[in-house]
Design a protein around this ligand. Structure first.
Ligand code: ATP
Length: 342
């Protein structure tokens, strides 16, 4: 990776279309302005604060001043630090997204990532009429290999879920890549702030009860993904997030775990159909959260509590979040896609 200063994204890349949006980012397809015309994904993490501390430090340098930055700046800085750690200690690994370069300008930080045009894990599986345990094993194998490399470098993903597993291309034998390191931690770098945003379905009991999160916590998430792949539904379902949290924390009372009652019959088309419905609901919820995040409505305490689901927040924490979301909303109100263009 070359230095981020004094280089313009538009000098080196032509930005094409939007591939997706996250809570704090937009991801667009780019083509390198070179003879090879390499296609990449450009993830732009929008700058929210006046200063983005930590982005110009190497990962071996001093730690960023967490306490002085807003939550999203913290997440943003975290993603860059973890990506740098990956470049230094992991990459290139076939099952971990590759980072080619980083650009920084007034709009934010642009991560030049390996392009994955094969779609998300569940989208791809429900695209087939039937699939076998052999296919499910291939998925788990690739996730486990990616995690093995990350864990060896002391990186814990902490937000492993199907949306963060993309396939490299549309071919049958394409490679699964683990991505989105916004909530990840490295051994010498973690902060409670980043634990707030994980999706509860895949979160381990220790993460939910805010105890030490380790490599095993990522393996828990792999187990949940595998369960859904084999059964078509998530292992812990409940009317409210709080109830779901209780169920996740009481794993040893789960009938499937203690009763050895898992069916031995082969899975049929109904599993795929259930998975399709689950996937559709999941997408709807993600879209709703993204829209709440980018709207002023997020300022209202009630919505904010809903958004944060199960997390018990002190009034001070809640107030900090309110201030933080106000900044996002103030920023988002005037922001258009054009603002990301160079
Ligand atoms: P979230 O708020 O869910 O954490 P985020 O801000 O971290 O999201 P990502 O999940 O990394 O953003 O990316 C948003 C979307 O952009 C993804 O769902 C995916 O569709 C698309 N995307 C991200 N990276 C790539 C890539 N390397 N290749 C192709 N598409 C990508």
């Amino acid at each position: 990776m070359s230095k981020t200063e004094s280089r313009k994204l538009s000098d080196d890349y032509e930005v094409v279309d939007v591939l997706g949006r996250g809570g704090f980012s937009i991801v667009r397809r780019g083509v390198r302005k070179s003879e090879e015309k390499t296609q990449v994904a450009i993830k732009t993490l929008r700058r929210l604060g006046p200063a983005m501390m930590g982005t110009k430090q190497g990962s071996k340098g001093g730690l960023p001043m967490w306490k002085q930055v807003s939550i999203s700046d913290a997440l943003l800085t975290n993603e860059i630090l973890v990506m740098r750690r990956i470049v230094e200690n992991v990459a290139p690994h076939p099952n971990v997204i590759g980072l080619h370069d980083v650009y920084e300008d007034a709009h934010g930080v642009h991560l030049i990532l390996e392009l994955c045009s094969g779609g998300e894990l569940f989208d791809r599986i429900v695209g087939r009429d039937r699939y076998s345990e052999f296919d499910a094993a291939a998925v788990v194998r690739q996730i486990a290999r990616g995690l093995e490399a990350l864990h060896k470098a002391n990186i814990i993903h902490r937000d492993l879920k199907p949306e963060n597993c993309l396939f490299s291309d549309k071919n049958e034998d394409s490679t699964l890549k683990i991505m989105d390191f916004g909530l990840s931690s490295v051994e010498d770098f973690s902060d409670p702030i980043v634990t707030l945003f994980g999706s509860i379905d895949y979160v381990s009991p220790e993460a939910l009860s805010r105890q030490d999160v380790s490599a095993a916590s990522d393996m828990w998430s792999v187990g949940v993904i595998l369960y859904i792949l084999l059964s078509g539904c998530p292992p812990f379902t409940a009317a409210t997030n709080r109830e779901k949290q209780q169920r996740i924390l009481q794993l040893l009372r789960h009938p499937w775990v203690i009763g050895d009652c898992a069916k031995q019959d082969l899975m049929d088309a109904e599993v795929v159909s259930k998975l399709q419905r689950f996937n559709a609901r999941r997408k709807l919820r993600a879209a709703a959260i993204a829209s709440v995040l980018s709207s002023k409505v997020a300022l209202r305490t009630k919505r904010l509590r809903n958004l944060l689901g199960t997390h018990d927040l002190s009034s001070e924490e809640l107030n900090n979040l309110r201030v933080h979301f106000a900044r996002i909303c103030a920023d988002g109100e005037n922001a258009t896609l054009a603002e990301f263009e160079q």
